[in-house]
Design a protein around this ligand. Structure first.
Ligand SMILES: Cc1ncc(COP(=O)(O)O)c(C=O)c1O
Length: 465
């Protein structure tokens, strides 16, 4: 073996380094220094019970106790789906009982609309949006499909998208290609040598007179790279008058978002992943600037049709209501999502982002120290390009999918750590490679990171012997 297993002293050193990182993160934002109201025992709307406490290890430990995750395992696949906090589940249950008792209770005299607008008014300010720009959807896929099928794309129009997109975006794009003759141009983004400028240049170099839409993941699910969304919008899309659609499946609930500041047109995300809301909940942002799009698309009368809607033919309702009303809804789930969002707001979204990034930075550092240079870490190190996802492959043959799947499955069965694998091409023409993807979130701590790295190393040495 190239590497010696870490001894206890090394791990303690690593933990001290982690605590420095986490301490710096906690001190980072001004809001982070203030204890949230619920932690001082003063709950807001639908509060979850909590004792007093300040930021630091004890604080995050108390947060972790709000989750019902099976203590026999360590769940590190939030990238696929999250886990609801206790009070969100309790509230969800209560809302369901309310509806079962009186199915009309969710709406009152005017149906569900005043109710839904109250939920939107709770969520929108947390993400830098106006209330009428937020739609509560089923998930990211739902939001992506509503936008892609709603835009008036015609034969010969070009859509730019990256070579690391999820099927939630590429699948509706292929429908547009086959049904309407839309041209799809796959942009190669930098992977192992990622820089902000590299991402911006990749899009800038691909723009053509036919480009009508730029679509990309804010955080790619393949490697966890965070793209410089604001720069891509402001330096490439806006100067060329091109609308932007961002797949934010992994950003909502993980990073502190401000949609207006991002300057994108459409942003689709999940409520059930990093935001830890109920299953089948999502958030879609549609910027109130269709006038700008109309200028750019002056060659066609309609820019956007809310196809996925019961009110598609009634524009006087406004786009928010048109997109929101897709028949009867799961109102208890949407209300429980708003409760999960409130919890994040009370903790501080900037504080959650700092904590999540400090855990993934520690994870990368430990992997590098433990496995040495033979393991490839696909996730960028630069904090501005980082996320709570860490993707790496410890094996020499990074094209061996079966080997990595065995690694993933044994990691769960023998060590209790639940992660997933991803497949991708580093360069467009390169071979397919595979990575183990580890999600670290607000209910984890440095011991979980040390545990998963130690378990992976033990399993790796076993598989190599
Ligand atoms: C980048 C990305 N986009 C979209 C999705 C689909 O998310 P949802 O299940 O919320 O539709 C995923 C799911 O893993 C994803 O990773």
């Amino acid at each position: 073996m190239k590497n010696e297993r870490k001894n206890k002293q090394d791990l303690m050193m690593d933990r001290r380094r982690f605590l420095r990182l986490a301490g710096a993160a906690a001190a980072g934002g001004t809001a982070a220094a203030v204890a949230p109201s619920w932690a001082r025992g003063a709950g807001k709307r639908e509060p979850f019970a909590h004792g007093s406490g300040r930021s630091g290890r004890g604080f995050w430990r108390r947060i972790s106790r709000e989750f019902l995750l099976d203590p026999r395992t360590t769940y590190m696949n939030i990238g696929t789906t999250g886990s609801m906090p206790r009070h969100v589940i309790a509230n969800y249950d209560r809302y369901n009982k309310l509806v079962a008792r009186d199915p009309w209770d969710m709406g009152g005299e005017w149906g569900p609309w005043p109710y839904m607008s109250e939920l939107v008014a709770r969520i929108a300010p947390q993400m830098g949006a106006d209330n009428h720009e937020i739609i509560l959807t089923r998930n990211t896929t739902d939001g992506m499909c509503s936008v892609l099928e709603g835009l008036n794309l015609q034969p010969g129009d070009e859509v730019l998208y990256t070579h690391h997109e999820h099927v939630a975006g590429t699948s509706p794009l292929h429908v547009l290609q086959q049904r309407f003759g839309v041209i799809l141009t796959k942009v190669e983004i930098p992977v192992l040598d990622a820089t902000e400028q590299g991402y911006v240049d990749a899009f800038a170099n691909a723009v053509s007179p036919a480009t009508r839409l730029i679509m990309f993941s804010h955080i790619t699910y393949k490697t966890g790279a965070r793209l410089p969304a604001k720069r891509i919008c402001q330096e490439v899309a806006i100067p060329n008058g091109i609308p932007t659609l961002i797949d934010g499946a992994h950003a909502i609930g993980m990073i502190d978002l401000d949609f207006h500041e991002l300057d994108c047109d459409f942003y689709a995300g999940s409520g059930h992943k990093w935001q830890c809301g109920p299953g089948a909940t999502g958030i879609l942002y549609v910027r109130d600037n269709l006038a700008r799009l109309r200028d750019f698309w002056s060659d066609r009368p309609d820019v956007f049709w809310p196809i996925n809607s019961s009110l598609a033919e009634y524009p006087f309702f406004g786009l928010q209501l048109q997109l929101q009303y897709v028949g009867n809804d799961n109102y208890p789930a949407k209300r429980a999502l708003a409760d999960a969002c409130d919890m994040w707001d009370e903790i501080g979204r900037d504080r959650i982002e700092s904590y999540v990034l400090s855990l993934s930075a520690y994870c990368k550092e430990l992997i590098r120290d433990t496995f040495g240079s033979s393991a490839v870490i696909y996730s960028p190190d630069a904090p501005e390009l980082s996320s709570g996802l860490t993707a790496f492959n410890p094996f020499d043959d990074r094209g061996d999918a079966a080997l990595l799947k065995e690694f993933r499955d044994r990691l769960r069965e023998e060590y209790g750590f639940i992660v997933r694998t991803t497949d991708f091409h580093v360069t467009l023409d390169g071979p397919e490679e595979h990575a183990v993807r580890i999600s670290t979130h607000l209910f984890h701590d440095e011991r979980d990171v040390e545990g998963v790295v130690a378990a992976m190393y033990s399993l790796f040495t076993d598989m190599m012997s």
